[in-house]
Design a protein around this ligand. Sequence first.
Ligand code: HEC
Length: 305
Amino acid sequence: MNEPSNSVNRIEPQVGGLGMVRLAQKAAAWCVQLLLAHTVLILSIMFCAGMAAMIWQLSHLSLKLVQQAALQGTSLHSKSLEEVRKLYTSEVVDRLSDHIQATNDYATKENAIPLPVTFSMELDKRLSNQGIGMEARLYSDFPFPSRKEGGPTDDFEREALRQLRRFPDQPFYRFEDFQGHRVLRYAVADRMEAGCVSCHNSHPDSPKTDWKVGDVRGALEIIRPMDSIIAQSYAGLRDIFWTIALIGVLGLSSLALATSRLRQRSMQLEQHARALEREITQRRQTETELRRAKQAAEVAAVAKS
Ligand code: HEC
């Protein structure tokens, strides 16, 4: 019986890993015992940890999705604004006869139509009034003296102009807090086309007159508020959280009920077993006593005869 354990003891010093294996086995056994003793508690802790990890993952994912959707929508909006202005420049302004003028104060002048920039900003104003929630801004580092908000006004705009000059084909964007709201600020390069160059290089107020086709004239920025869409996604997450929490609580309480029933049953069985054991020992005792009495009687009978 002792041989196997002895042989293990003999090998132990030679094989260092065996000690570790034993330790691991002990730890595993301890864990199993702990799990059996506190099943519901440990499962609850594991459930809560799992749920925290899942909620974290989900909130990460939903924020990413919300941001991607906002980026897509905003890029589409800025493309349409740009395209409308290009179309207006090439198909309207470029074809004007001499007695019609494109100017920013067209409303008060006769024979005047809006400038491309005025036209697209007017379009943006109308869209904003319809509640699409986005606002556009056009600025550059060569602002016209007539435009009060022509130059960059904050850090984002300065950085946008710098980046768009270096990489005109890539939009520059940031999700940031702006005027007390969480917003997406999305700027694209506003590039010169033939129709734009001829007017900008000949306009008396133009701050720079050597523009070439393809030059970055400025930045067209779209500001898109994100508060409500983020709030919506958090509300969705809250619903998921409460649903899972409810499922978890129901599951764990049924488990708690089942284990307590099982414990009760096993306690009853143990009591039965103990009672049986007691009966068996009592019977054995009685049997021995009977045997002794019989032997004594036999001895007495032999002595009589
Ligand atoms: C008919 C002349 C004309 C044409 C064509 C024209 N622009 Fe302009 N642009 C102007 C004037 C004038 C202003 C200043 C507007 C104001 O005072 O509100 C301006 C303003 C701008 C600004 C704002 C600059 C700043 O910071 O002040 C940008 C950017 C711009 N134009 C780009 C373009 C592009 C790109 C095109 C072609 C798609 C174009 N423009 C076509 C005359 C023109």
